[in-house]
Design a protein around this ligand. Structure first.
Ligand SMILES: [Zn+2]
Length: 313
């Protein structure tokens, strides 16, 4: 039997207990992700021109991301290496950036990644005269970076409960068609060196890794990428279940195509990794990959998902 008086005592007891339990950090409210702000950051990147390794636009974006991450208590790490350029020949310098945002509590970190380089050629353009042009890279490059960039802005002064590790991959899109391993050079280097001396990545195992690639399509529909589902099924389903709980219609919990992408080297290291990608994008590797093919509403959905996962682990 529970009298009203007893109930009140118990309620007060529960509230007091919650207030004094050691280690319970009063959770800061999750910030609200702005699709409009992310869209402005996407347009800004495109305004820099192509972000091909070795170009001024690439260097400017790298500098701006590092300056954005230069906040008290945060760690910004840059790791460069020289490798053969698979598409254009010669050598190229590839520079990954890793930003560690310390959480307010403990527990395994969430790793989020996106590639910030853009493809040197529009080799899939239907117009042969445009196939030698550099890719504008609005969706293929800038969309994922815009979301991580805005997340940095939101986390400044409002730390998530657990560490957040943001990986800006370089050398993703200079690969030769038909040769998947010639793509994703930066992520491969980062993942292969995880746990070694001088690694840019923290040594502890993360809760999981989420890759954002081509997430800005105005007609966004993200299925469960097949390699993610095959090799990190629990994590993939957890991420998509969160999207469903949040009521985000761009995510459909069905098996999609297999895409060789920056998550593969992490799957090979045994890290649960999911690639959020909408590969049904007619402007892929064409001169049509420009901001008008993307939308703030699409970025808002992906941003809302990763923000929720970061703030409500
Ligand atoms: Zn690409």
């Amino acid at each position: 039997m529970c009298s009203r008086r007893n109930f009140l005592f118990r309620l007060v007891g529960i509230l007091l207990t919650a207030a004094v339990v050691p280690g319970v950090v009063s959770a800061a409210p999750a910030p609200v992700f702005s699709g409009e702000r992310a869209m402005a950051l996407l347009e800004y990147q495109c305004g820099l021109g192509p972000r091909i390794p070795g170009t001024s636009g690439h260097r400017a974006l790298q500098d701006t991301l590092m300056a954005t991450a230069d906040r008290p208590g945060w760690e910004v790490r840059r790791g460069c290496f020289t490798t053969a350029d698979p598409l254009l020949g010669g050598d190229m310098e590839v520079c990954n950036l890793v930003v560690v945002i310390p959480g307010a509590g403990g527990g395994p970190a969430l790793w989020l990644g996106a590639h910030y380089d853009t493809r040197p050629l529009c080799d899939m353009d239907p117009d042969p005269a445009k196939q030698g042009l550099p890719l504008p890279g609005a969706n293929d490059g800038a969309s994922g970076v815009a979301i991580l960039w805005h997340l940095m802005e939101l986390a400044d002064g409002n730390p998530p409960p657990r560490d957040l590790v943001l990986m800006f991959f370089d050398g993703e899109d200079s690969g030769r068609p038909g040769d998947p391993e010639s793509f994703g050079l930066g992520s491969a280097h980062l993942a292969q060196n995880w746990g070694t001396f001088g690694s840019l990545l923290p040594p502890d195992r993360p809760r999981g890794m989420i890759l954002l690639d081509m997430v800005g399509d105005a007609h966004l529909s993200i299925p469960m990428e097949a390699y993610s589902l095959a090799h990190a099924e629990d994590w993939t389903r957890e991420v998509f279940a969160r999207a469903e709980a949040l009521g985000l219609p761009a995510f459909t919990a069905r098996r999609g195509p297999a895409v060789y992408d920056d998550h593969i080297p992490f799957l090979r290291r045994g890290i649960p990794a999911v690639d959020l990608i909408d590969f049904d994008y007619p402007a892929w590797h064409t001169s049509g990959d420009v901001p008008v093919a993307c939308s703030a509403a699409s970025l808002a959905q992906v941003g809302a998902l990763v923000t929720d996962l970061a703030y409500h682990p």
